[in-house]
Design a protein around this ligand. Structure first.
Ligand code: TIU
Length: 223
């Protein structure tokens, strides 16, 4: 057992062992971050998410250099949409529905260009990519098995969007016993008020869902 590293975080210092930690990069896909994708069809200003890219690139570089495991997720559906509940397909009066043809291919469908992770944050050899049909990364995926097999007990969580897939995943992880640190500048929302409230909800009540810290504090702890 090595001495754990410590990150200055809310509500208390977050302690973790690099060997039992994974960086989770949630849904940094063209469909959410670039024009013409799922995020925009829901009426959102996708440019609001671009601010996370630079800090996330620095965080990824430091994580890879430290030998900490990296796991990416992608939200999306099978081409026949058999894994997409009708409620998800029909809700929200989108300008285009999941599966419709868009400028980056069919909206939120696996294998299409828009479903891919943006070039700036592309996975490298050896990193796991988890495809998920829902908002949470544990629902109908092999993530739990991947983490158990690798002996991972702590998750450093990044990606989009703060109040949707990040929150759902952190809540799922917390209930499964994982200790989650959310990096405040590496998670993004289409709504500034949801960004602030979403982060506050995680660390409130003594860290009801986990911890929150700026990525610089995590990167400093690794170096
Ligand atoms: N709409 C929205 O804010 N997010 C999603 O639909 N998925 C994710 O957060 N990845």
């Amino acid at each position: 057992m090595t001495t754990p590293l410590a990150v200055g975080a809310d509500p208390t210092s977050f302690r973790f062992e690099p060997a039992t930690t994974a960086l989770l990069v949630i849904d940094m896909q063209r469909d959410f971050v670039e024009p013409g994708g799922f995020g925009e069809t829901l009426g959102n200003d996708v440019s609001r998410l671009r601010g996370v890219i630079a800090p996330l690139r620095r965080t990824l570089a430091a994580t890879r250099a430290a030998g900490v495991r990296v796991i990416h997720t992608r939200e999306g559906h099978l081409p026949d949409l058999s894994d997409c509940p009708p409620a998800k397909l029909e809700r929200g009066r989108p300008s285009m529905r999941i599966g419709d043809p868009g400028p980056n291919g069919r909206i939120l469908v696996r294998g299409e260009h828009g479903h891919g992770i943006i070039d700036e944050l592309a996975p490298v050899d050896g990193e796991t990519v988890i495809d998920k049909p829902g908002k949470g990364a544990f629902y109908r995926t092999g993530l739990g098995e991947v983490l158990s097999a690798a002996g991972i007990t702590s998750l450093v969580v990044t990606g989009v969007t703060t109040e949707v897939c990040v929150h759902t995943t952190v809540r799922e992880a917390n209930d499964r016993g994982y200790e989650c640190l959310v990096l405040s500048d590496c998670v993004g929302s289409y709504f500034p008020e949801f960004q602030a409230a979403g982060l506050a909800m995680i660390s409130a009540q003594g860290g009801i869902f986990g911890w929150v810290a700026p990525s610089a504090a995590y990167v400093a702890a690794l170096s």
